[in-house]
Write a protein that binds this ligand. Sequence first.
Ligand code: NAP
Length: 194
Amino acid sequence: MGGTFDPIHYGHLVTAEEAFVRFKLDRVIFIPSGMPPHKSERKVADGAHRFIMAQMATITNPHFDVSRIEVDEKGPTYTVDTLKKLKVGEYKDAELIFITGADAILEIFTWKNPAELFTMCRFAAATRPGYVVSEDLLKSLDKFGTGKVDFFEVPALAISSTDIRRRVKEGRPVRYLLPDEVISYISKNGLYSE
Ligand code: NAP
């Protein structure tokens, strides 16, 4: 499950649990992005912070793990390279499903080596309530093989990291949008206050 997780929130956790059951997964590995190549326009919290917050949020779930594979990289990180590393390492015999937000999947044709990506895994794209998947997008995705992307609605994705960051900055409440431990971590480290 890839994402910036800046910060991780209940929408992400519900998405992961929904995917775990729906796709009959053995485990869900949260992979906080390293330096997202497409995020140069805004400052993203340090990978070390985003990794720790993801760990705190997932610690009680025995089938969730968090990977450092991207946050430990120095330069920009690309999903195709991350999948290659997973495929030669611990998960070489695993069938991989890359779970992420549908808005990110919309941009997949701009990612590094999209054709190769589609040979390495299937995709599960989580949508927010009311999201309509366009016919044009579905047709474009079909070029890479029918059924390679499953869209699934997650009502809890009404929560968003952007909204949480804005709330923290404005001193508005974030309780019940993300785990209490993560809220304490944000406060203790002064994240998102500027
Ligand atoms: P983003 O643009 O920050 O997020 C797009 C939308 O998807 C946001 O609404 C976001 O909501 C939601 N979202 C992101 N991750 C999610 C998740 N795991 N579950 C549910 N909703 C999620 O996208 P991003 O986080 O940077 O990128 C998503 C993944 O795609 C990452 O793993 C990234 O590395 C990969 N990616 C790869 C390339 C490449 O290889 N060139 C390019 C772009 C993205 P929140 O803000 O609330 O999370």
